[in-house]
Design a protein around this ligand. Structure first.
Ligand SMILES: NC(=O)c1ccc[n+]([C@@H]2O[C@H](COP(=O)([O-])OP(=O)(O)OC[C@H]3O[C@@H](n4cnc5c(N)ncnc54)[C@H](OP(=O)(O)O)[C@@H]3O)[C@@H](O)[C@H]2O)c1
Length: 362
């Protein structure tokens, strides 16, 4: 009798596990098919939507004729360049902070060729340098331009361990810490612009789905900035998790202040851009060729950023994560408020070591 009961219990457990496995496979298959087919989500957009289409739709087909000003980092290539092109085409005044001014001038020229009315301002920044970020912000604030949209898009992925001039590991310095300082130094300007213009300010942190690869026990700001054993993929995924946690924590701060500015994070999708410039070669090219059906075009890659920056549907939505132009789930670690707050405080302390009084939020 006892043995029979045990067998029954075992059989039932096996069936339940099997059913759960089948269910998970079906969900994954459904999501993959939705992605491949570009099925639209609740926003009306999906994985195949382009930045052009999204911007046109969000702005109701009318140019904003300079009534919005956006700063887009990393707009000299890839997803950022496409975001800048599309926003400028729809009448957004675009500020391109760049470390390579020649390249930025080329992007400006090509946008102006397509959209002669476009207003593009090129300024110098090296996001890996705290002093350079501070300099850029001082120059921008001195220009007295309003600021409605800040797109923290610049990014790097490197297999080599390098350190910034502040002696911070280069991927963390560029992808996360530079953008943290940039946001902090521009936050008051954005809040003021929202109050004066009555237009909600939007900050978009370009993160990545790869943030979910980070394990809780391996996430530590000090180890990120000064790693003993460097791994390019791990450094990149941690910086993208930090971008997401930064958005979540800043959103809580902005809500507490009742500020008319929101901040969200996005995964743009997988796009073959300059981000893999160090990885080119037969293996990478073959992998990209095999996965080509899963890749997005650059314009599809810029769509979620444009959606989050412009959509009237997202009024008041803050601290969320978006992929394929729809709200999406991020990892449990990214949702952890204690981790976000700790990261915030540690980042500020680290920056303060290099720059006195760098923060507008404390
Ligand atoms: N491509 C993808 O599959 C993918 C997937 C998920 C997330 N993302 C994210 O999407 C964002 C855009 O990446 P992308 O794919 O468009 O890459 P990309 O073509 O390599 O563009 C990166 C941009 O960042 C700029 N940048 C790098 N280091 C900088 C620094 N120290 N100071 C100022 N600017 C700097 C680059 O400027 P230079 O011209 O001077 O190099 C370039 O404009 C990144 O945040 C990336 O993590 C991309």
């Amino acid at each position: 009798m006892h043995v029979h009961l045990m067998c029954l219990l075992l059989a039932t457990t096996s069936v339940v596990i099997l059913l759960l496995l089948v269910l998970s496979c079906l969900i994954i298959m459904k999501e993959t098919l939705r992605y491949l087919a570009g099925v639209s989500g609740p926003s009306g957009f999906g994985s195949k939507s382009t930045a052009e289409h999204v911007a046109q739709h969000c702005l109701g087909g009318a140019s904003c004729s300079g009534s919005l000003t956006a700063i887009i980092t990393g707009a000299t290539s890839g997803i950022g360049a496409e975001t800048a092109r599309v926003l400028a085409k729809w009448g957004v005044r675009v500020v391109i902070p760049a470390r390579d001014l020649k390249r930025a001038a080329q992007v400006k020229k090509s946008i102006e060729k397509e959209s002669p009315q476009a207003e593009i301002i090129v300024m110098e920044i090296d996001l890996s340098s705290l002093a350079s970020v501070k300099r850029f912000c001082s120059e921008f604030l001195a220009s007295r331009l309003p600021l409605h949209i800040l797109i923290n898009n610049a990014g790097r992925f490197s297999q080599r361990l390098e350190f910034s001039e502040d002696k911070i590991e280069m991927t963390s310095a560029t992808n996360y810490i530079g953008h943290f300082l940039l946001t902090n130094l521009l936050l008051e300007k954005m809040i003021e612009t929202a109050e004066l213009s009555g237009i909600e300010g939007r900050i978009v942190n370009v993160s990545s789905v790869i943030h979910s690869w980070v394990k809780r026990d391996s996430f530590d700001l000090y180890k990120m900035c000064n790693p003993k054993h460097y791994n390019g993929t791990k450094a990149y995924s941690r910086s993208k998790l930090a971008n997401l946690l930064h958005a979540k924590e800043t959103a809580r701060y902005l809500k507490a202040r009742n500020a008319g500015v929101t901040i969200n994070a996005v995964h743009p999708g997988v796009v073959k851009t300059g981000i893999i410039r160090e990885q080119t070669g037969f293996v990478t090219d073959s992998l990209f060729f095999c996965a080509s059906k899963l890749l997005k075009s650059t314009s599809q890659g810029a769509a979620t950023t444009c959606y989050v920056a412009l959509s009237p549907r997202l009024r008041g939505v803050s601290g969320e994560y978006f992929a394929d132009c729809n709200e999406s789930h991020c990892s449990n670690l990214a949702e952890d408020e204690t981790v976000a707050r700790k990261l915030w405080n540690q980042t500020l302390t680290l920056i303060q070591k290099h720059l006195p009084d760098p923060s507008s939020k404390s």
